[in-house]
Design a binder for this molecule. Structure first.
Ligand SMILES: C[S@@+](CC[C@H](N)C(=O)[O-])C[C@H]1O[C@@H](n2cnc3c(N)ncnc32)[C@H](O)[C@@H]1O
Length: 332
């Protein structure tokens, strides 16, 4: 099976997914992945034969969930790039996306984005989400550090290929390729990643609302933003949501002062829905693993698995070695 394509998602668990799934306390059934992000774990769960409900607050992630998890058979034809979008719609979107000009991209690139988004409008659902997933990845690939919160002054400098070559010995020409060329390069891999598994669903809700709304599942997987690490997902990807007028507020799991209380509130809701909880964390988080374990022990029996892992942050190997933790909770 060709597998999970290039998604470029900060903090994704692609390299840890098979270890996580190997440790899963249930070997079949339905898993709710509440903070699905780039869908690497959701994808591996689907590959392993689970039914997956993948949720994330961001539309940028929801399109991945729809394209790669919920989607069982739709693929995107290459001919899509020669379709002619409605000119009035392109004009409307060019105006709507103007806030991205000289914030993330050059004005002519924003116009290309509008043309592509107008193309997406006319596609049937399955194809549309694949198209948007490819567009999201193209947008990220064109940005230095693969995120949307780098100031324009820096983006301009870092996209200067001569400067990049002098300073870093690499031209990074991919920042200056068109969106369409990035999408074309990845089209085959995204199409090949689509496969029919057990029925799966993608949702876009705040974790608390999703925990309340969810039906019974066999296990819940939690990979919230780790407190005290690089965790500003709205800043990394939220401008994609803003392009479509779909940016949403949500409960904040990024602050060390409130993390534990929020997590406990979530655990209280989830124990009514599932037999097991699986929580990813690492040894550098604050509040620390002992505090997290102590809180979880009030709700069930807890065991902890550990694995060496270095997070890849924007291309550089993170030198502060940390160990990845998996808390397995069997609810009482
Ligand atoms: C560490 S990432 C998940 C990475 C994912 N496991 C993967 O492999 O790609 C955490 C995710 O939590 C999402 N998130 C943060 N707060 C949320 C909330 N209140 N409700 C739902 N999702 C939230 C972020 O948008 C982010 O995608």
């Amino acid at each position: 099976m060709p597998g999970y394509p290039k998604v470029n998602y900060i903090g994704n668990k692609e390299k840890l997914a098979s270890w996580i799934i190997g440790e899963f306390p249930v070997k079949s059934g339905t898993v709710l992945d509440l903070f699905g992000g780039g869908c690497s774990v959701a994808y591996a769960l689907k590959e392993s034969g689970y039914s997956v409900v993948v949720n994330d607050i961001l539309y940028a992630d929801y399109v991945l969930g729809k394209a790669l998890i919920e989607n069982q058979d739709a693929t995107l034809p290459e001919a899509v790039f020669s379709y002619r979008p409605d000119p009035a719609r392109v004009k409307e979107l060019t105006e709507r996306f103007s806030f991205l000009s000289e914030r993330l991209y050059y004005p002519e690139e924003t116009e290309e984005l509008a043309r592509l988004a107008a193309l997406a409008d006319a596609l049937p659902e399955g194809e549309r989400y694949l198209f948007l997933a490819l567009l999201r990845r193209a947008m990220i690939r064109k940005l230095p550090y693969s995120r949307m919160n780098v100031p324009w002054d820096q983006i301009r400098i870092l996209r200067d290929e001569e400067y990049s070559y002098r300073k870093y010995g690499r031209r990074r020409a991919y920042h200056n390729q068109s969106f369409e060329s990035h999408m074309r390069e990845n089209l085959e891999a995204y199409n090949a990643a689509v496969f029919a598994g057990r029925p799966c669903r993608a949702c876009r809700m705040d974790a608390f609302s999703m925990a309340e709304a969810a039906g019974p599942v066999d296990a819940v997987y939690l990979d919230p933003p780790y407190p005290s690490t690089m965790n500003q997902y709205d800043d990394f990807y939220g401008l994609f949501d803003e392009m479509f007028g779909l940016r949403r507020g949500h409960a904040d799991f990024t602050k060390r002062e409130t993390f534990l209380a929020n997590l406990e509130e979530l655990v209280r809701l989830l124990r009514q829905k599932a037999g097991y909880l699986v929580l990813s964390q690492n040894t550098r988080v604050k509040p620390g693993p002992d505090q997290i374990a102590a809180m979880l022990e009030a709700y069930g029996s807890v065991s902890i698995r550990e694995k060496k892992h270095n997070y890849q942050v924007t291309g550089k190997e993170n030198k502060n070695g940390s160990r990845e933790l998996l808390f397995l909770v069997r609810f009482r």
